[in-house]
Structure formats: C-alpha cells, structure tokens
Design a protein around this ligand. Structure first.
Ligand code: IPM
Ligand code: MG
Length: 358
C-alpha cells in the first residue's frame, strides 16, 4: 500500500527526531512492502520566521490532504516574547483544531529495562504501570475566550473554560471504547468540587457509562488527588479520561515516572482516519542540532500512526519490539543514561540501533 504522510518538523530538535522516525518508517516500508511518501510543511517558529504565520494555510491544506501527519515539536526562546497570534504554540493548537482532532491518546508504561530510571520508590516500581491518558484536545480553557480588561483591582487578565455536552459525550465514547479494549477500567479526572464544567463532565461520563458501556468500571477522581495518586500508586490506573488542561499537566507527570519525557508518544485523532502523531515532549532548544535528542518518543509516535491511522498492527508491533530490544540491550540516550557508566548514544546512533533491530 501507498501512504502519504505530511511531515511537520518544527523547531529545536524537531527536524532530528522526525528524520529518525522517517528512517524507521522507510525501513518498515521495505520490510513489509509499503510505500510511504513524505511531504514537508512549515509550522511553529520556523513558519513565523519564513512566512510570518505560525500555521500557514498551505500547511493546513497539505495536512488535510495527507493520510496522516507526523510532527516533531515547536517553540523556543526566540519566539517566547511574541504576541499571542505569533507564537509557535498557536500553530500547534491551530492544526489540532483545524483537523478536528479532539482526542489525544498518551500511553505511559514502565519499561522493565528502565525501571532504574523511575524516580519512584522500589516497592512502587515493582508493581509497574501501564496506563493510557485520553485527553480532550480541542476544547476547554486552551480554546476559551481570553483577554485583558479592567477589573476590580485594576488591569487584569482572564481565560475561560467551557465544555459543551457534545464535546464531553464524544471524548467519553472514545475513552470508554479505549477502556473496553484494555483492562475495562476508566478513571475520569475532574475538579467537580469547584468547577461547573467538571460537574457537567462527571454527569455525562456517568450517563454514557450507564447507558452505553455497563461493562466498563467507571470511577471519578479529583485532579489534585490524581496528581498525588500518579506518584503514590500508578499501577491503579488503566485508562484515564480528562479535560484538555488537566490532561496536559498529568501527561507530563506520567511521562516522568516512566523514566524520561523522551519516551512518550501521542496520537491525536478525530472522526476520520487522519491523525496527528507527535512526541509529548517539547522542542528542547538547549540540545537542538547537537545529535543528543532521544528519538524514541517520535519513533513510537510513528508506530501509533501505523496502528491507528493505517491499521498496520504488525508493522507497529515491529517498531515497538525493536524499541524494547534496544532498551533491553542497555542502549541509552543521554536523558535515560542514569547511573550507567557507558557513553550515551546520540539521536542518529540510537536510530541506527532501532533500524538494526527491525
Ligand atoms: C503538549 C504541549 C502543548 C499543549 C503546548 C505546546 C501548546 O504542552 O502537547 O502537551 O499544551 O497541548
Ligand atoms: Mg504538554
């Protein structure tokens, strides 16, 4: 089969890690008889510098026409002081929204080979964990009305969170379906003791659960407690469903307990097959262009693309098994080197090792 993939390399380490994932996809193509065609598009800081817009229309059109999108990372100190409309992050939020990608899947599991990198206590590590965060991606406070105004105490800033019944229902169904295919347990995380959006969220989660998914065990947890439970006992979670902002925060926390944020992939999906696949980490401008980045999160994101957008499960398995095997063999990039006395591999050498394992 022939697949057209839009590449958004972005800023910082983006180009290096996307190139690594492209090499892996080409290898998979060779081994399993598929052709992947790649087309580059600009987004983020580089798009601001080149065309004065973090999300050029050409990028939106190219991504819509593609079978799927692979993204590196955007942002960097160079654009940090820009006004809101000219920030790289605006491009990222914009493309998710333009493509209707309201679901963000962020799996976090502890690799046994990396258990020594886990910052948690030995008895917690021993139990392991393997969880999936289902983050709502195109609603809530990241997309609400915001601005500056004169307030009671003088000038103030405000951001607003709104969730419609429709937005909660559709993410609920994705989360219940995900739980059905995994361990059958769904934890909905909110702040229903304070926020009205959370009270609606909770109400709808329970209605959908009772009416459509009686076989899934649904529980609720307040977000502050969830932040604590993730480090106290992560093995209690199977599937987590939560709002855009809570999912953003909790997924960074979940990544760190796996050993490194450099390992976690993500898939952003809508109602169609086209998705956007990206590592959950940022553009790491401090190590950009030095061949030090960990390409694993992006390579695993490419595996998610094969699985979720193209239905190529055994090809995705082959990538994941190759990543497992290099980690088992003790190969490490700098972010996961821990106390090992071996020299860390660079981005290219780690990619070479994964290619060899495929
Ligand atoms: C992420 C990032 C983005 C987000 C930022 C860069 C807008 O933190 O993908 O988690 O909040 O979604
Ligand atoms: Mg984030």
């Amino acid at each position: 089969m022939n697949y057209n993939i839009a590449l958004i390399k972005g800023d910082g380490i983006g180009p290096e890690i996307v190139s690594s994932a492209v090499r892996v996809l080409e290898k998979i193509g060779e081994r399993f008889g598929h052709t992947f065609n790649f087309t580059d598009y600009l987004m983020g800081g580089i798009a601001i510098d080149t065309c004065g817009n973090p999300l050029p229309q050409e990028t939106i059109d190219g991504c819509r026409a593609a079978d799927s999108v692979l993204l590196g990372a955007v942002g960097g100190p160079k654009w940090d002081k820009n006004p809101a409309a000219l920030r790289p992050e605006k491009g990222l939020l914009g493309i998710r929204s333009a493509l209707g990608l309201y679901t963000n899947l962020r799996p976090a599991k502890l690799y046994s080979a990396l258990s020594s990198e886990c910052p948690l206590r030995a008895d917690i590590v021993e139990k392991g964990f393997d969880l999936m965060i289902v983050r709502e991606l195109t609603g809530g406070i990241y997309f609400g009305e915001r601005g500056r105004r004169d307030g009671k105490y003088g000038p103030e800033a405000y951001d607003t969170e709104a969730y419609s019944v429709m937005e909660i229902e559709r993410i609920a169904r994705v989360a219940f379906e995900t739980a059905k295919k995994r361990g059958g347990r769904l934890m909905s995380i909110d702040k229903a003791n304070v926020l009205e959006t959370s009270r609606l969220w909770r109400e709808i989660m329970h209605r959908i659960g009772e009416e459509e998914y009686p076989e899934v065990v649904l529980s609720d947890m307040l977000v502050d407690n969830a932040a604590m439970q993730l480090v106290r006992c992560p093995s209690q979670f199977d599937v987590i469903v939560t709002s855009n902002m809570f999912g953003d925060i909790l997924s960074d926390e979940a990544s760190q307990i796996t050993g490194s944020i450099g390992l976690l992939p993500s898939a952003s999906l809508g109602d169609g097959k086209c998705g956007l696949y990206e590592p959950i980490h940022g553009s790491a401008p401090d190590i950009a262009g030095q061949d030090k980045a960990n390409p694993i999160a992006t390579i695993l994101s490419a595996a998610m693309m094969l699985r979720y957008s193209f239905g190529l499960a055994k090809e995705a398995d082959a990538i994941e098994a190759a990543v497992d095997s290099v980690l088992e063999a003790g190969l490490r990039t700098a972010d996961i080197i821990g106390t090992s006395d071996k020299a860390p591999l660079g981005c290219t050498a780690m990619t070479d090792a994964i290619l060899a394992a495929i």
